[in-house]
Ligand binder design. Structure first.
Ligand code: SAM
Length: 325
């Protein structure tokens, strides 16, 4: 593929209303690259920015990966209840191999070994900065390994695992069906995949409200597309279709009733809100005035939800579970 855009692996895009016409032919690959380059040199009003649909290892190895690595302790506290729920649903056996896909900084993989000392836990990810944190935390623990591997095409060793688990690491594949088929080949017959994914953006005010604030001050509209991104598996029917087409059986999906709790000062919560995902992407390109206006509104939004010890933000995630025949 020609030049790729290291900014984001996500098929989400900010666009000015003039470019939000869904009937317009959408640019892809080189055309998207050209538009993005132009958008980056445009200050006030951004043009549509689409991202090339391939596993964007540059993104996860660039600033975004480093931000995740630096913010790991905070993210782990926020996402710990999600990891607990995930492992409970995965019914981890007392022995065998458990693979954590998109393990990031390793929190879920570590939890597997703490709770189930008899298993071999293997975390796979494409982000070197995040894997470095994971390895540092693993403290050379036996039965725990972290390996750089693209889950959509790679094959771990051994590839006869009992379980694949993933906390929000399944949504970034350009071709999810192919990736799901690939991962099915990592399991023994009867092995299972249990993963957590986000439901629709509109059901996740912790992000939807924030991109709404950005839109007010930059005249840009943010919408997740169909490609890789945090909401790429938000449609349960489409997700089931992909899993079944990839050869998985007994597909089950269940909504979780878990908010996103962010402990810390107002400044901590504000930092969490501003420094990740589409908000960070938009602010990196915004004018100074727009950036300040967004920060002021997000600060007020945080203040309204802060209870003195942190903020509880409504969230909507879903658990998917499937069996490899
Ligand atoms: C939203 S983060 C979640 C990280 C971790 N599971 C957690 O809950 O903290 C998504 C992770 O998926 C990883 N990832 C993205 N594409 C991948 C791929 N093709 N193969 C393996 N990991 C991938 C990223 O590097 C990142 O660590």
């Amino acid at each position: 593929m020609g030049s790729q855009i290291p900014t984001s692996p996500f098929d989400w895009h900010w666009s000015s209303p003039a470019h939000a016409n869904v009937d317009e032919p959408q640019p892809t690959s080189d055309a998207a690259t050209a538009i993005s380059a132009s958008a980056r040199t445009t200050t006030a009003v951004s043009l549509a920015v689409l991202y090339v649909a391939s596993v964007d290892t540059e993104y996860w190895n660039g600033e975004a990966g480093r931000a995740w690595a630096e913010g790991a302790p905070m993210m782990d506290r926020i996402l710990r209840p999600f990891a607990e729920t995930l492992l409970e649903a995965a019914s981890i056996p007392s022995e065998g191999t458990i693979i954590d896909v998109g393990c990031g900084c390793g929190a879920t993989t570590l939890l597997v070994t703490e709770r189930h000392p008899g298993v071999n836990a293997l975390g796979v990810d494409v982000s070197r900065p995040m894997l470095a944190v994971a390895r540092e935390r693993s403290n050379a623990r036996a039965r725990l390994r972290f390996v750089e591997l693209d889950a959509s095409t790679g094959r771990p060793d051994p590839a006869d695992a009992e379980r694949i688990v993933s906390r929000f690491g399944l949504m970034f594949f350009p071709d999810p069906t192919a990736a799901f088929a690939n991962m099915r080949g990592w399991l023994r017959p009867g092995g299972t995949l249990t993963g957590l994914v986000w439901n629709r953006l509109a059901d996740n005010p912790w992000l939807d409200d924030l991109v709404g604030i950005v839109s007010r001050h930059t005249a840009q509209v943010w919408e997740p597309g169909d490609g890789p991104g945090p909401f790429s598996l938000s449609d349960p029917r489409a997700t089931r279709t992909m899993l079944e087409a990839a050869g998985w059986t007994a597909v089950e999906q269940r909504d979780l009733d878990l908010p996103m709790r962010i402990d810390g000062t107002e400044a901590d919560v504000l930092r969490f809100c501003l420094h990740r995902g589409p908000v960070a992407t938009a602010l990196a390109e915004a004018t100074e005035a727009a950036r300040r206006a967004v920060e002021d509104d997000v600060r007020a939004w945080v203040r309204a939800r802060h209870d003195g010890e942190g903020a509880t933000l409504p969230a909507s995630a879903r658990r998917i579970h499937a069996v490899a025949p």
